[in-house]
Design a binder for this molecule. Structure first.
Ligand SMILES: NC(=O)c1ccc[n+]([C@@H]2O[C@H](COP(=O)([O-])OP(=O)(O)OC[C@H]3O[C@@H](n4cnc5c(N)ncnc54)[C@H](OP(=O)(O)O)[C@@H]3O)[C@@H](O)[C@H]2O)c1
Length: 238
């Protein structure tokens, strides 16, 4: 199996570590912004890209194509809830168009850019899986609290783009399954400011999260394509 993990944050790194445990893993490429990696396994290599620079996504994919040829599993773990100068909005008055656009570029637009760039590598006779990390707060039906405008809206857009790709690929990529996953609440740079000591939901370690997500990926069937699943494998309403 050749795999590509996009993003080297907490969950991306844990998924890469989990994949490296598999004897059937042939090659793994991590797409990331930096050159640093905690891994020294000879099966692993890095291709650099930035989600906000579309040309870099195509260049990284072409690099991966030369190294791997076929890709059997591509997992997009890139996401942004807060960054320098951007915090999730508690109120409409905090919404800044430039921040909304940035959230869309990283949380939504990256997915179809990856699907375009890796399309040929994921179209083959063997099973292929394109999984992309979303968030339950991107569910429109589940939005009972409001707030977090940019993150919610960009994840909802991510979900619509993913489902639309899944429909198109049913014909063009009959062996491919395309899914959105909610990883649960996981210790990471992204979640850290929002997990207070009294936080009422279970907080998973990145390694636990990787176990859950790999388990869910292992249960997917052709009819799962276009679905939105949580870390337990349960469907989430759009
Ligand atoms: N943690 C949770 O509780 C939780 C809950 C629900 C959903 N999620 C989703 O799970 C995914 C992974 O999150 P995480 O918890 O692992 O967070 P994380 O540790 O902060 O990782 C986020 C990753 O996104 C990358 N990234 C951000 N902007 C980028 C850009 N412009 N170009 C390339 N890479 C960029 C970061 O790269 P740098 O290291 O270079 O910044 C990092 O690798 C995200 O999609 C998130 O929305 C997480």
């Amino acid at each position: 199996m050749n795999a590509v993990v996009v993003g080297n944050g907490a969950i991306g790194t844990a998924l890469a570590a989990s994949l490296l445990q598999r004897e059937n893993l042939h090659r793994l490429v991590i797409l990331q912004r930096s050159n640093e990696t905690p891994f020294s396994d000879p099966r692993i290599s890095i291709a650099k890209f930035d989600a906000e620079e579309p040309a870099s996504i195509a260049a990284a994919a072409s690099d991966v194509g030369e190294r791997l040829g076929q890709v059997h599993l591509l997992i997009n773990t890139v996401g942004m809830l807060h960054s320098d100068g951007q915090q999730p909005e508690k109120r409409l008055s905090r919404l800044v168009p430039a921040n909304l656009q940035r959230s869309f570029a990283i949380n939504a637009t990256l997915l179809p850019a990856l699907a375009q760039a890796f399309s040929k590598m994921l179209r083959h006779e063997a099973p292929a899986l394109l999984a992309s990390l979303s968030a339950r707060v991107g569910s429109i039906e589940d939005n009972r609290l409001g707030g977090w405008y940019s993150y919610r809206a960009s994840k909802a857009a991510h979900n619509m783009l993913l489902r639309t790709i899944a429909h198109e690929w049913r014909v063009s990529h009959p062996n491919a399954v395309v899914v959105a996953l909610h990883p649960g609440t996981v210790q990471s740079r992204l979640s850290e400011p929002f997990i207070s000591p009294g936080y009422r939901n279970k907080v998973h370690t990145p390694a636990e999260c990787a176990d859950h997500l790999m388990q869910v990926l292992g249960t997917l069937a052709a009819e799962s394509s276009g679905g939105f699943f949580d870390w337990k494998g349960e469907g989430i309403p759009w």
